[in-house]
Ligand binder design. Structure first.
Ligand SMILES: [Zn+2]
Length: 154
């Protein structure tokens, strides 16, 4: 050994998963309802499994797409605090997803990350081998926010 402290990290990612939604976030101080094509990247850091990967791409991709299709795509994304104030009367259906806090890209990334983590547990991925999740949510191609969560285990 050379005495160097070498650290290795393996991260499996799925990228460019799109969904279309409207949200109300502050523009010039007041919440403004508007829409985006949101783009999601999701990464899982962990130990290599016997398969030579952290997580199977297909499994990770399917989980992220499931979460997005069930809870975000073609939805109106709003702050849970506003639930009692929302009244929409229109000749069309509106599907609403409430987020804990303002539905900014940052908090959407956190929400998606928490749902991804929960689903990974349900899929009996060996959770002890996962060290971190990172979810990025972009409004279009250039405005992105990232949420990361690290596990510290003894
Ligand atoms: Zn926006």
């Amino acid at each position: 050994m050379s005495g160097e402290d070498k650290q290795e990290k393996y991260v499996t990612c799925v990228k460019n998963i799109e969904f279309h939604a409207a949200h109300a976030t502050p523009v010039n101080g007041a919440p403004l309802l508007h829409g985006h094509t949101f783009i999601v990247h999701a990464c899982v850091e962990g130990e290599l499994t016997k398969g030579g990967w952290v997580v199977d791409f297909t499994l990770l991709s399917n989980i992220v797409k499931d979460v997005i299709n069930q809870e975000y795509n073609f939805r109106l994304l709003l702050n849970r605090e506003d639930a009692s104030k929302v009244k929409i009367i229109a000749p069309f259906n509106v599907r609403i997803t409430y987020v804990n806090g303002p539905p900014t890209a940052e908090l959407l990334a956190k929400d998606i990350c928490q749902k991804l983590s929960k689903r990974m547990l349900e899929e009996s991925i060996p959770h002890s081998s996962i060290k971190a999740y990172r979810v990025t949510v972009c409004e279009g191609n250039d405005l992105c926010a990232e949420y990361m969560t690290h596990f510290t285990r003894e």
